[in-house]
Design a protein around this ligand. Sequence first.
Ligand code: GDP
Ligand code: IMO
Ligand code: MG
Length: 424
Amino acid sequence: MANLVVIGAQWGDEGKGKIIDILTKDADYVVRYQGGNNAGHTVVVGDEEIILHLIPSGVLHKNKICVIGNGVVIDPEALLQEISYLKTKRINVDGNLRISDSAHVIFPYHKVLDKLREEKFSKTKIGTTGRGIGPCYTDKYSRAGIRIADLLNPRVLEEKLRCNLKEKNAVLSTVYKHPTFSFDKIFRQYCAYADIIRPYVCNCSLLLNDAIKKKKNILFEGAQGTLLDVDYGTYPFVTSSNSTAGGACAGSGVGPTKIDKVIGIVKAYTTRVGEGPFPTEFSAQLMKKIRSRGKEFGATTGRPRRCGWFDAVIVKHAVAVNGLDAIVVTKLDVLDMMPKLKICVGYAYKGKMFSDFPADIEVLWQARPVYEECPGWMQDTTGVKKFSQLPPNARNYLSRLTKLLGTRIEMVSIGSDRNQTLFV
Ligand code: GDP
Ligand code: IMO
Ligand code: MG
């Protein structure tokens, strides 16, 4: 397997959790490298559904080292909740979990500012998960952030927290007319978190480079999706990190020469949660049907996901910006009872045809999708055991996708269970 990066090639929730869980079998290390507990990765094991937010999905396998890299933003409260949640599922992370000393820490004011910004400046409402992700990354890039290493050193924590609170409290009271935060309470609480987290903390770049020297296999688990990437997505309706494959290097301390392969996870149709342009979004009736068949409700916030036809324009963009070697198509079964399917092959806007992803948000908002139609297969695929046993029209649909995207399909998923997976 060597060193493999797995990313979402649409707007997130492509089924990364399920596929990472399957690929973990051949991995020694599983690494999250960006995002935070805005992610929700679902893994179904038998009758049990496990949703992971911060801890890599590889944790469900024994003896795999799970790493939270420096590019991740960590809410200690959410992390400890997730560790407890996993304990209720009989999964113990002690001994397997490693946390980068350089990852940034989410504080209560980040979460409050995230929500206030959304409420008060509704014109640019992003529909965030409200987990404080944007404000925490903002502090990181403005060089005011507090890292795990700072959290572990009470003197540094005190100095940085005092300084940050001065600024945050001024903004909260004057701009938002919101109550301010007390230093003592946060300091005490975060010192307590530090004591619990300390045993997991290490220099993850050293750890991973050492593993590479020992020829261990590393699986990099992307969160969110390419169209939510801060550089390559539908900006400003994006998350605040690089969810594309390049983020794996910056967010883990492993150099690009050590990455062997990049795989993109693609849903057989499209979904997105939150605000922002979505050219192939369904009308109300189809939306209801696919949302209910695909159980399209957010794994983190429970919000209904917006659903639409497969958009080859955005996935072609994902193939390019991630350098995808192959894709995995998930949730093909959700389309089983559709008599006709559409694939968007371009956007028409003011007499012009765009077959490549446009950066202009106005084009994305107003473009009319140009579709190709394919016949459906009107057959249940959830019990299919081999790729060659898929109905001919399902194989034709997949084959059309590979032609449009210029990449090959490595796996097809036809249900949330581990064994509902076809290897191509
Ligand atoms: P992630 O964020 O990319 O890991 O995806 P989520 O876990 O947020 O959402 C994917 C949902 O689809 C989860 O509930 C999975 O259990 C489910 N799922 C994954 N693959 C398939 C599939 O092939 N068919 C169906 N019907 N459900 C799937
Ligand atoms: P996984 O890893 C789907 C979306 C939010 C919002 C935007 C910004 O499960 O695929 P943020 O809280 O990150 O500042 O919100 O990004 N978003 C996701 N959508 N799946 C995710 O993660 C997401 N993480 C963030 O809905 O539109
Ligand atoms: Mg998800």
